[in-house]
Design a protein around this ligand. Structure first.
Ligand code: DX5
Ligand code: ZN
Length: 220
């Protein structure tokens, strides 16, 4: 699945930019919420999510890069979020938070930074619907995928297979048409695509079609 991130989209034309992603065949819209603490930048909060909810029927994949996600996640559900992803590094009561999100009938995801070992999430792999492996240090779009990042995706996939678990594996950061197939081969089922969809070189529609062709080649 392809989950375009609007982080590098033109916020002055947000409705058009989201419709362009729909036309290009996006599966989710990925929304990067940053609080200026967990990561240095500040992006947007529930009001913008609510606005986007009115523009599209696609599932909204909320990536909370915030401290104390347990204090804020509900506002993002109320705003229309469908999948609530929070960082293991920001949440001491991970199991409880995952179950609380489920109790609200939403999908729950855990995100893991490049510097955090997989052992940090092993105890809750059976509770999460989605594991988001960061392929960059979060905070900014347009970064290059870290060289060994896909090894962690492969290792995660092996652990999940050994335990008979099947959550989505989402990868975020530096995904481009020239490495999308590798992401899928490593085990990713959801690819976040920011600057490879929203960039000045081409339209989101055409970029998404190129990315789709790349992942379809990998699944053959
Ligand atoms: C960064 C965000 C990403 C970002 C990805 O912290 O989590 O979702 O938008 O952008 P690209 O695809 O350009 O790396
Ligand atoms: Zn993200």
């Amino acid at each position: 699945m392809l989950a375009p991130s609007i982080l590098t989209a033109d916020f002055g034309q947000l409705a058009d930019q989201i419709r362009a992603a729909e036309e290009g065949g996006a599966d989710y819209i990925h929304l990067d919420v940053m609080d200026g603490h967990f990561v240095p930048p500040i992006t947007f909060g529930p009001i913008v999510v609510e606005t986007i909810r009115r523009i599209t029927k696609l599932p909204l994949d909320i990536h909370l890069m915030i401290e104390e996600p347990e204090r804020q996640f509900e506002a993002f559900i109320d705003a229309g979020g469908d999948i609530i992803n929070f960082h293991i590094e920001a949440a001491p009561h991970v199991d409880r938070l995952l179950r609380t999100i489920h109790a609200k009938n939403k999908r729950a995801g855990i995100c893991i930074n490049p510097g955090t070992p997989l052992t940090a999430i092993e105890e809750v792999l059976d509770v999460a619907d989605q594991i988001m492996v960061m392929l960059i240090n979060p905070g900014w779009g347009g970064q290059k995928m870290l060289p060994s990042a896909l090894n962690k995706v492969r290792a995660l996939k092996a652990i999940l297979d050994a335990r008979g678990l099947n959550p989505d594996i989402e990868v975020d950061g530096g995904v481009k048409a020239n490495n999308a197939a590798q992401c899928v081969e490593a085990g990713a089922t959801v690819l976040v695509c920011g600057s490879s969809v929203y960039n000045p070189d081409s339209t989101p529609q055409s970029n998404l079609r190129t990315l789709r062709a790349a992942i379809e080649k990998a699944s053959l």
